[in-house]
Ligand binder design. Sequence first.
Ligand code: PXL
Length: 277
Amino acid sequence: MAYKKVLTIQDISCVGQCSLTVALPILSACGHETCILPSAVLSTHTGGFTGFTFRDLTDDMPAIVDHWRKENISFDAIYTGYLGSIKQVGIVKNILDTMGKEKCVKVVDPAFADHGKLYSIFDMEYVNAMKTLCPSCDILVPNLSEACFLTGMEYREDYDEQYVLQVLARLVGLGCKTVLMTGISFDKEKTGILLYDNGKIQRYEHEKMPKSAHGTGDIYASAFVGALVKGKKAFSAGKIAAEYTLQCIKDTQNDKKHWYGAKFEPAIPYLIELLNK
Ligand code: PXL
């Protein structure tokens, strides 16, 4: 099996089990060399903690990337998540456009909203900037909230296939080639994923847990990229990531003290088992 070099660009939330502290171990466990470009350093994530610190690393990025260029460093995959500023979106777009090897797979997780609401540091100006990443990635991995903000569609908890098709059509209008939507199901008792690829739709539904957990979008996207880079087809990688994420949520469900994230580490052997099937 080829050894692949993945670059992931997202924040370091020192405590909180999200972003790089999730992506790095998951991608490494999948067997990939994992390079990072931290977008910001926070004391914790912003979802439920108050008084967190936030250091924006936008100004460090150009020199880091220049050095990589001088060293002729390029990547088999580039996966972006939570970014630190609007200016940074432009830098990240340029990285997506220029730092990949010939067959580089580029995955963008918008990572700016959930349950119909933007994460606390973001606004519509940021959302508008994020639209510019759509044509630069191969696969966009939004949840329904992010897809709605990007497309200007009203966010609904209750929806039908027609509504989702409209959201997808608008994402394609923004330049998306392939979209893997998370948290989509037409059965209220379930949840699932939907892969849109060149007009073709594939869906996979699974058990929905009573409570979701913080950071599961990052766990999902990291496992998806890990599986994809391992050579799995997008739909199969999407299903593997869904099964793994579900297990992480199950492992966390009954621990009230663990409200800030999902326990993704104990299920890593299960992820590897799924990858080897
Ligand atoms: O999991 C998404 C995420 C990543 N990084 C930071 C966050 C969040 C969600 O709230 O606050 C800093």
